[in-house]
Design a protein around this ligand. Sequence first.
Ligand code: NAI
Ligand code: MG
Length: 491
Amino acid sequence: MSTTVMQPVRRPTIRQTECFIDGQWTSSQSGKTFETIHPATEETIAQVAEGDQADVELAVRAARKALESGPWSRMDARDRGRLMMKLADLIEHEADELAALETLDNGKPIRDARNADVPLTIDCLRYYAGFADKIHGQTIPIRGNYFCYTRREPVGVVGQIIPWNFPMLMVAWKWGPALAAGCTVVMKPAEQTPLTCLRLARLAQKAGIPDGVINVVPGFGPTAGAAIVKHPGVDKVAFTGEYLTAQTIMKDAAPTLKRLTFELGGKSPNIITADADLDAAAAGAHFGLYFNQGQCCCAGSRVFVEESVHARFIEKLASMNKTRRVGDPFNPETEQGPQVDRAQFDKIMKYIELGKQAGATCVTGGTRVGERGYFVAPTLFDNVSDEMPIAQDEIFGPVMSVLKFKDLDELVARANNTIFGLAAAVWTRDVSKAHYLAKRLRAGTVWINCYDVFDAAAPFGGFKMSGMGRELGEEGLRPYLENKTVTVALG
Ligand code: NAI
Ligand code: MG
């Protein structure tokens, strides 16, 4: 990430903690609240309305009304785009405050929130704003004396359930295509990180997006989340999170046959060949795994290193880990903050133990940092073999597994030997090898001599159990549209 000198950080003010339904800020129907914490100190930062089925009911009703009879349903597509641009401008205007709010709720370093989360959020909304008036059908020369054309209409009310690792950015990935397509939204942010989503809802209101178009129901998965998935008034669910949750969502959505898109986890291979620029590859492997505390669906958590350069590569990785700055996420120098909550921290520590027990070599880290907050030292395991749990399961923490390889075709089989298929990367100076591996790797994204390069215009999503459908780019609009074929007899 950038190393430019940063402005000092002002602690954000927490303004929105209630449900946002039909343009109104309200307590949950049950009156219940839940706490959200700052993971660096474990202190409670706010009590947030705990929505459940009753609140989802109201939110779906509002979203249906906005879809079917409100100003949104009559608005010109170009004006929808204009409102989305306005929202992006308002986010830009509050960039520092939003970054600080993200750091407070999620624990990510302020430099990442400022340099990645906020600008990518703005860029995604602007990208999809430009699409609003460029969604159109075709005329089709069918047999006979007919005029046949297609219309691309909004899929309807969409339920959007998002995780805590990029709370604000996930809002943009979900609202962007939904609003461009003319859908209306019932969103449930993750229970760990509801605050920036609620703030963005406030900004959407300020931008003039009509009441009921965006509704936010904070709360928990099995209550608020499941209520969205089961509601017959919801036409489509877009979910990002764990594949086990997606399995539950699929079952819950079956009775109403909802359209579903999933962005799930991964165990992405990052392949370092002997002919690579090893310094760039080591920096890329480090960034590809430790960025965002390792809490990335596409984290390069299986680093395959060609045997002849393995020892040198481990040295480079280890030295970067030793100087990585772990600590207070509000310090602009900090590179790594705490994990998001105790459950994630415990899961990571459990996998570190499993790695040690399985006989992998713990080269750096392997411990927590400090006694308060959910900090985990950047951990590097060498001599990992394919069947170890640390090489199979998504850990979602700062734990890298290094595996050795000799033969390229054997490597491909091993790299693909996982239930996941979200991302992969290859580091090589050999163009043919790069494209050969890009073709053979079963993953939705392949990076060559880079990692974690995201752009609103480039589709992203998983093969196999890493997902269904794609987000971003023109592909990302499709799941928000229904095709209608109209055939008119001529004379
Ligand atoms: P999760 O999948 O349980 O949570 C994601 C979202 O789904 C949250 O908003 C949650 O409230 C909601 N949810 C949970 N159960 C639901 C249900 N039955 N119906 C509807 N919505 C439901 O993920 P969690 O528990 O936060 O993390 C567990 C693991 O999942 C992590 O350790 C990581 O391995 C993986 N994960 C992957 C993410 C990704 O970006 N692919 C993001 C978050 C977690
Ligand atoms: Mg869960």
